[in-house]
Ligand binder design. Structure first.
Ligand SMILES: Nc1nc2c(ncn2[C@@H]2O[C@H](COP(=O)(O)OP(=O)(O)OP(=O)(O)O)[C@@H](O)[C@H]2O)c(=O)[nH]1
Length: 407
């Protein structure tokens, strides 16, 4: 899952890390040259001073040949180089502060401290932009991600003790967390809340044809039932041939009831009846299917507005097909404008190598992804949260999903 996105992000990590190392080496190389230069200069000074001193000592010796004590002093100086060096350092005022500066320079040079400039990573970020667009990540999301990466990396000091790969991965993780920072929604909390007032939670599923609404309803019913909640389904897709029978098949497999009318009946009426049924029997959750519709079809969009107006659901969930990439994002925006989506279920993520929709859809409409459809079995519905996504994108394990079909 998210295979190609994962590869693209790890490529960026290694490119930026390489840039940090090479810049550090450059600095180290430059600093290395500086050290050699300083050492050579020092050697020259030492040699010059040594010659000077020996001339002085020579002339002194001549002048004071009588006084051997003095000669011994000068000889002693020439004999002990460290003493000589001290003498020279005093003379050439290398002294403590100069020494410290020298050490400091050496420290900076040896410390490989690196501060990335915008130019250092401009090409890498440009390449990342293209790669993300290729993975169907929405343009605004790509811009936001790259901007965040730049703000975190440019101008920040990276020292020898830092690990450039770690620095870059953390910056990318932060950028992705920023993009997926929509307020999360805990469906179980909502159910517990409504149970207190003996009211069912009503969830209406909307989306275009074939995205996986009916299937996702069945998977969620399966999940809720396993968590001990009672569920009833509303066959609100009275339009598509076979939709009611498909939902009945799922209901039978999972062991829940379906409230249905005949084909062509009013969708809002079916859902309304299912709500009354749930209230009368103290059922916890009503999951309402609706007919798939193109967001561009004004009449069908008016119908879904009526369904929401009449049934007043607790949640309107948009079901998007991750394989549709940017189209899924555009559809989510259209439905959100029409009926104010509360959350998203993104289906067929198991079959979606790109992964761009998962990164973009929540950002595009400012609403959280609630679940991901990851296969064709009833348990193939993953609860979505940011850390889970980040772990999938940067974790080591290769996630393999079963290709079994249960429906
Ligand atoms: N691999 C995979 N297939 C899925 C997933 N979710 C749904 N599908 C398949 O997608 C196809 C369409 O699913 P439906 O639930 O019938 O879609 P729908 O939105 O109800 O379709 P309409 O009733 O036409 O609106 C079916 O073959 C499902 O098995 C998923 O997460 N992974």
């Amino acid at each position: 899952m998210f295979g190609s996105l994962k590869k693209k992000l790890s490529k960026t990590v290694s490119k930026i890390a390489d840039k940090i190392y090479s810049k550090g080496n450059e600095e180290e190389k430059t600093e290395g040259n500086k050290i050699n230069k300083i050492n050579n200069e020092k050697k020259e000074i030492l040699n010059k001073k040594e010659n000077e001193l020996s001339e002085v000592a020579q002339s002194k010796t001549e002048a004071y040949t009588k006084d051997t004590g003095v000669v011994a002093k000068y000889n002693a100086q020439i004999e002990s180089p460290s003493k000589l060096e001290e003498e020279i350092e005093k003379k050439e005022k290398i002294g403590f502060f100069d020494k410290f500066k020298l050490t400091k320079t050496i420290k900076k040079v040896l410390g490989k401290d690196v501060i990335l400039t915008e130019d250092d990573i401009a090409d890498i970020l440009e390449e990342l932009e293209l790669e993300l667009l290729e993975a169907d990540v929405a343009y605004d999301v790509v811009e936001r991600l790259v901007e965040s990466l730049k703000n975190q990396l440019v101008g920040t000091k990276i020292t020898a003790k830092d690990n450039p790969e770690e620095i870059t991965i953390n910056a990318l993780k932060n950028a992705i967390k920023e993009i997926l920072s929509q307020k999360n929604m805990d469906i179980y909390e909502l159910i517990e809340e409504k149970k207190k007032s003996k009211e069912p939670v009503v969830i209406v599923f909307v989306g275009i044809n074939g995205t996986g609404k009916t299937t996702s309803i069945a998977k969620l019913a399966h999940k809720l039932k396993n968590k001990g909640y009672s569920v009833v389904l509303a066959a609100g897709d009275t339009f598509r041939a076979g939709a009611i029978e498909q939902l009945e098949e799922h209901a039978k497999n999972i062991g829940v009831r379906v409230i249905k009318h005949q084909k062509g009946a009013d969708s809002a009426a079916v859902i309304y009846d299912a709500i009354q049924h749930a209230k009368a029997r103290g059922i916890d959750v009503v999951l309402a299917d609706t007919a798939g519709r193109q967001a561009t079809n004004i009449n069908l969009m008016d119908e879904i507005k009526k369904v929401v107006r009449v049934t007043k659901p607790d949640l309107v969930v948009f079901v998007g097909d991750s394989l549709a990439g940017n189209d899924a994002i555009n559809q989510a925006e259209e439905f959100n404008n029409a009926v104010n989506i509360d959350g998203v279920i993104l289906t067929k993520v198991d079959a979606d190598a790109k992964g761009g929709a998962a990164l973009s859809i929540a950002y595009a409409i400012g609403k959280p992804i609630l679940f991901l459809g990851v296969g064709q079995r009833y348990e193939d519905l993953e609860e979505f949260n940011v850390d889970w996504m980040v772990n999938k994108l940067f974790g080591d394990e290769e996630v393999k999903y079963s290709t079994e079909r249960e429906f």
